[in-house]
Design a protein around this ligand. Sequence first.
Ligand SMILES: [Zn+2]
Ligand SMILES: [Zn+2]
Ligand SMILES: [Zn+2]
Ligand SMILES: [Zn+2]
Ligand SMILES: [Zn+2]
Length: 348
Amino acid sequence: MDDKVDDKVRRAGRLLTLLCLFLLALSAWADGVQCAVCGRTISGKYLTAGGRSFCSQACYDKTLPTCDICGRRLTGKFFTSEGRRFCSDACFNKTLPKCEICGVPLRKVMIIGGHTYCETHSKGPYCSHCRLPFAKGFELADGRKMCTVCNPRLIYDEDKAEPLYAAARNQVRAVTGMQSPTLPRLELVGLDRMPEGRRQLGEDFKIQRGMYERHVTTTTTKNLLGMKLSESKAVTEAVLILYALAPDEFVATAAHELTHDLLSEQFPAVAESAPDWVEEGVCQYVSALVCRRNAYTDMLNDIETSTLPDYGPGYRYFKHQCGDNNWPAVVDWMQKTDLSRLPKELGE
Ligand SMILES: [Zn+2]
Ligand SMILES: [Zn+2]
Ligand SMILES: [Zn+2]
Ligand SMILES: [Zn+2]
Ligand SMILES: [Zn+2]
């Protein structure tokens, strides 16, 4: 009996021991720290940061922010800008705009014509054609400067100019239905041959691209008694166009100058006695028609927004009076308007 009791007690004791061991193990597991990253139970040394525990440096590093540019973990010092984090100056510099000439990252940006430059390169030299600063370019005989990007498409010689000049004449005929009987001689010239050359307009300047020249020479033949026998008139005409223009500039300019020619033949009153803004306005109007026809958007914009006295206000006067594309209305205006009553100058 005693043995049996003993045996029961021993068995219960053993069970209790096992239970205790089990509970002990359970509590040890429950007390054990888990890595916040990999979830492993940590035994021995471990790291804590921000109230969380990590089994290793590698696991801890995974919680660190990364550089927005190179993706490196930001362990030591790093800096932020506009909500972005960068490991180094080199990475931050990659977010900065760069000078289009020297490529230097810019904390201070100079914008010219929608392009980005450093302070040094923003000071020029400037290309006379695209008006942008350049690193590679050269100076022309007339003092204009050209960049090597623009230069290949510019017109320098008669061989390239003559076909464009003929095309401009065809374009003027197409938009006006008129053509003067003679074609003025074309001369490619430098800025030094243009009376207005470079005209300052406030901050900006404007280059004279073309000119129409007309000389009438009257030769009178008299007999020995001084009686007039005959009189003959010789007209010499020339269109001067600046060399180093792009094809669209060349054609738009030639169209303007050929309209001067047209006016002196077909509407002499306008050419000779109207205020300058009338003649320049009509010439710009025809040039604009040619630009629209050829989709010369830059040139058209140039005409429409010109601040040059006579040219700008004159063009906009006819655009307002006659509409965008109505040459017959311009002709009608020239035929019916009393030119002597027009203002000498046109404001806006
Ligand atoms: Zn871990
Ligand atoms: Zn970085
Ligand atoms: Zn630069
Ligand atoms: Zn250029
Ligand atoms: Zn003109």
